[in-house]
Design a protein around this ligand. Structure first.
Ligand code: HEC
Length: 131
């Protein structure tokens, strides 16, 4: 009888652990950005702007009247980013690349994925055009 109860406690503890640890999974799917090929032109409208707006990735905060500036919403993103968040002389220190980079501690909010950051860097190196 006592042994059974021990088993039951153990089972309950194990299921509790399983439930708790399952909470840390992130079920939201983000757009998959193909790793950039340096020979391809990175188009702002097609590849860069959607990083901020798809699934409200960044625009959940970075929008007009949102919790944070600058405004990265469609139609506003380019003028928010260029020239303020771009350092053409040293693309890797551009705020739009580095501030929310996965390896940066500057932005304590949502980070870019490595692919997204790589794509943004390539776009800056290609002149940060409104293309
Ligand atoms: C939960 C809200 C939130 C989300 C989501 C968010 N940010 Fe931010 N972001 C902030 C806040 C607040 C600041 C200002 C404080 C700071 O720098 O951390 C900020 C600042 C920034 C800055 C610096 C702007 C400047 O002028 O100094 C950049 C760049 C930035 N965020 C990029 C991003 C990107 C890219 C994403 C999406 C991957 C993103 N943010 C998602 C809240 C957010």
């Amino acid at each position: 009888m006592t042994n059974n109860r021990h088993y039951l406690n153990l089972l309950m503890f194990a299921s509790l652990l399983a439930i708790l640890s399952s909470c840390s999974y992130d079920f939201i799917e983000y757009p998959v950005v193909i790793p950039p090929d340096p020979n391809d032109t990175v188009y702002f409208a097609e590849k860069i702007a959607p990083i901020f707006t798809a699934n409200d990735n960044c625009t959940s905060c970075h929008k007009d009247g949102g919790a944070a500036s600058p405004d990265f919403s469609t139609g506003k993103a380019y003028s928010s980013i260029v020239p303020n968040l771009i350092n053409e002389a040293d693309p890797e220190s551009s705020l739009i690349y580095w501030h929310a980079h996965p390896s940066s501690d500057a932005h304590t909010w949502k980070k870019l994925t490595t692919n997204e950051a790589d794509l943004i860097l390539l776009w800056i190196q290609q002149g940060a055009l409104n293309n």
